[in-house]
Design a protein around this ligand. Structure first.
Ligand SMILES: [Zn+2]
Ligand SMILES: [Zn+2]
Length: 316
């Protein structure tokens, strides 16, 4: 009998055990971590005050900043999203994205959707050239969900902020982020927050949207309204408050829900970082571990979280 054959699996197992014990879950010793600065948030957009509370995150009591907002920007208007007529210019509509590219949703874009998606079932306009869009709260709610109602297939979907103006979003973010070696997938709620208190959301579910022959344009600022979250961003387009850096590094645009900073993609010399990890983050001596927002056409502000996430809760 060849003992070597039997030994091999044990050796392999031993190796795995050694490897995984080196790769401990929490690895703050190796990664520089910078605490959240609550002063970066625009005070007028916060309901009440930013408080500190100890909250259980991943089973561990963790000191967090907790604050509420109406998820409404103060630096820019919201909308427009859907143009009203196929002759409308780009100032009457927002943006849409495909394969990493951003497109203006003007009347022409609406008229050419069948060609754009190589699918002749697309027809978001009537014979008189008017665009079929969700014009009421009822229509928006019939269309802005995973199982789009039959009546709203082939619609340009927009929901207005005024339908949900009383919604309150509560953000819970660890005061000092805890870096882990595992990647935390983005939950349904939100992946972070801009300094204006508006939610940075996980990718828009384009599969479900397109399957119903609908589009749900973002405005030029990367945001749109959902019945269950109000106004939120799927793209960082440089429309919101930024905190400039003293070196050439890109400006800061907000915080991820794990407490690590989110920065714009391009630095002062218009260069992109080249060493981002799978989540869109990297580390430097000044900012510690932090993320860079993806390109606006990518439908991903960040791809995952490396820290223990806090939470986003919307009270409808
Ligand atoms: Zn959305
Ligand atoms: Zn960076």
């Amino acid at each position: 009998m060849n003992t070597n054959k039997h030994l091999k699996p044990f050796l392999l197992l031993a190796l795995i055990v050694v490897f995984s014990s080196c790769k401990s879950d929490k690895n703050t010793a190796l990664v520089k971590v910078v605490s959240v600065n609550p002063d970066y948030f625009i005070t007028d957009n916060i309901i009440g005050k930013i408080t500190q509370e100890t909250v259980k995150l991943d089973g561990t009591p963790t000191l967090c900043y907790v604050f509420k907002t109406n998820s409404r920007p103060s630096e820019h208007q919201m909308g427009p999203w859907c143009p009203r007529h196929i002759d409308d210019a780009k100032d009457k509509g927002g943006i849409w994205f495909e394969d990493g590219k951003v497109y203006d949703v003007d009347g022409h874009f609406i008229a050419e959707l069948a060609e754009f998606y190589s699918d002749d079932q697309w027809k978001l306009f009537r014979e008189d050239g008017s665009v079929k869009y969700t014009a009421t709260q009822e229509e928006c709610e019939g269309a802005a969900k995973p199982d789009v109602e039959e009546a709203y297939q082939n619609y340009c979907v927009e929901c207005l902020p005024k339908y949900y103006k009383d919604q309150i979003t509560t953000f819970t973010i660890p005061v000092t982020p805890v870096y882990t070696n595992r990647e935390h997938r983005l939950g349904r709620g939100g992946l972070g927050v801009a300094f204006n208190g508006v939610n940075f959301d996980p990718p828009a579910p384009t599969h479900a949207i397109l399957a119903a022959h609908t589009i749900a344009p973002l405005d030029d600022h990367g945001g749109h309204v959902n019945p269950h979250g109000g106004y939120h961003y799927h793209a960082a387009t440089g429309s919101t408050k930024e905190v400039g850096q003293t070196d050439v590094h890109a400006s800061m645009i907000g915080y991820a829900i794990d407490g690590f900073g989110i920065y714009a993609l391009l630095d002062q010399n218009k260069n992109q970082p080249t060493d981002l990890d799978e989540c869109g983050g990297h580390e430097d001596a000044i900012r510690g571990y932090h993320y860079h927002a993806g390109e606006p056409g990518g439908n991903e502000i960040i791809k995952c979280l490396h820290g223990i996430p806090g939470s986003v809760h919307v009270q409808e």
